[in-house]
Design a protein around this ligand. Structure first.
Ligand code: GDP
Ligand code: IMO
Ligand code: MG
Length: 425
């Protein structure tokens, strides 16, 4: 398989975990390149469901190597928990999982800051973060005060943690939040460092050696295009670059070595947390999609907001990521709908617009312009070939692809590995 970047095309939770798992069969090395344990990637294989937050979703395939790249913000305590969860279900990460020495760490004090910052924001300014400390960890990285995974290997690591906690306590005091116990934290992280030491390596030579040897690299994005710090609905975004450009800076693989981009996209739209969402449906349709699609956060359990497919979002994602192939997921969720709408453009201040506006304020004022198609009212989850798809479902899929640009590569009609039709890839 050619070197492939896989990205989320909407506001996250598109089914990336499932599609990565499917594509891993043909890959050798799977690399997470951004985000942290704000991600929740569900993989259902051999009847067992696992939710991965930091470990690449390729881990379930025996013999594949997984990398947590330099662009990820890695929470050592969450990772230890995840490695244990995998071990209990028969999957050993040791010798197969490698963490970049350059990846920054998310510490308990980042979580405290994340939560205190959210609590201090007035209504309307809250982001609705996952509370996992992602923003503060990336802020520390950019302000050149963060700790990196490689620091865990240094003898002065305890002093570095102590310094950071003391600095954080000064910030927490300004936010009227309780201070943290520096010594307790130092003990926690010394123990974590001992456990993670064997996994921490310089992953750049590892990735390049694999590439030179002709191995196939699959780069796993977390979150989605509309949550990108640059391209998303700022400030209602995450703090990293989930888009395909992020794959290079977050892994150290050159753009010249990326062969193709796969965009995962749901047959409808969801969003968790705050921020504009033009096609959000507050009525019966929203409830049906949420129920049939089990639209609750894989990690936080928060209900996801639901609505119709937004082709303006899809076209934008196609443009900024250079999507070659779409992996269209959750078509089966729409099986019971008699009528289906697609947002083809927006109306902004009385004018029709086809392109994504640059500001969240403008997007919040956009009204979707819909096109309506008949529903197929037939179950699709059992089909094994595109030819078996009800004609109306086929027409819907074709229209989505036509409006979005690019080509269909994968159609997903259920959560399990088997419920996947490979079309063009
Ligand atoms: P990710 O964050 O992009 O990996 O997505 P999540 O795992 O957070 O959410 C996707 C949810 O949809 C999970 O519960 C998956 O098991 C489920 N899922 C994925 N593909 C399909 C599909 O084609 N049909 C249905 N019904 N569920 C799916
Ligand atoms: P996966 O990889 C959906 C959202 C949060 C919030 C915003 C910022 O499973 O698709 P953060 O904690 O990152 O500072 O929160 O981003 N968010 C996600 N929404 N799926 C995710 O990951 C998300 N990760 C963050 O809800 O609106
Ligand atoms: Mg998710």
């Amino acid at each position: 398989m050619p070197n492939t970047v896989l990205i989320g095309s909407q506001w996250g939770d598109e089914g990336k975990g499932k599609i990565i798992d499917v594509l891993t069969a043909q890959a050798d090395l799977i690399v997470r390149y951004q985000g942290g344990s704000n991600a929740g990637h569900t993989v259902i294989a051999e009847g067992e469901k696992r939710v991965l937050r930091l470990v690449p979703s390729g881990i379930l395939h025996e013999g594949k190597t997984c990398v947590i790249g330099n662009g990820v913000v890695m929470n050592p305590l969450d990772l230890i928990e995840e490695i244990e969860m995998l071990r209990k279900t028969g999957i050993e990460c040791r010798g197969r999982l490698f963490i970049s020495t350059r990846a920054h760490m998310v510490m308990l004090y980042h979580r405290a800051l994340d939560r205190a910052d959210e609590a201090a924001r007035p209504e309307g300014k809250k982001i609705g973060t996952t509370g996992r400390g992602i923003g503060p960890a990336y802020a520390a990285k950019v302000s050149r005060s963060g700790l990196r995974c490689g620091d865990m290997l240094l003898p002065e690591f305890p002093d570095l943690v102590r310094e950071q906690v003391e600095e954080t306590n000064r910030k927490l005091a300004i936010l009227n939040a309780a201070p943290l116990d520096a010594e307790e934290m130092v003990r926690t992280y010394i123990e974590a460092a001992e456990r993670l030491r064997p996994y921490i390596v310089d992953t750049i030579p590892l990735i390049h050696a694999a590439d030179r040897a002709g191995k196939s690299i699959l780069l796993e994005g977390a979150q989605g295009t509309m949550l990108d710090i640059d391209f998303g609905t700022y400030p209602f975004v995450t703090s990293s670059n989930p888009t395909s450009g992020g794959a290079c800076v977050g892994s150290g693989l050159s753009p010249r070595r990326i062969d193709r981009v796969v965009g995962v996209i749901k047959a409808y739209t969801t969003r968790v947390g705050e921020g504009p969402f033009p096609t959000e449906d507050f009525g019966e349709i929203g409830r049906t999609l949420a129920e049939r699609g089990h639209e609750f956060g894989a990690v936080t359990g928060r209900p996801r907001r639901c609505g119709w497919f937004d082709a303006v979002v899809a076209r934008y994602a196609q443009m900024v990521n250079g999507v070659d192939f779409w992996a269209l997921t959750k078509l089966d969720v729409m099986d019971t709908l008699p009528e289906i709408k697609i947002c083809v453009a927006y109306e902004l201040d009385g004018k029709r617009i086809e392109d994504m506006p640059a500001s969240a304020g403008q997007l919040a004022r956009c009204k979707p312009i819909y096109e309506t198609m008949p529903g197929w009212l037939e179950e699709t989850s059992h089909i094994t070939d595109l030819a078996q798809l009800p004609l109306k479902a086929k027409a819907y899929v074709e229209r989505l692809i036509q409006l979005s640009g690019g080509r269909l590569g994968i159609l997903s009609i259920g959560p399990a590995r088997e419920s996947t039709l490979r079309v063009g890839i």
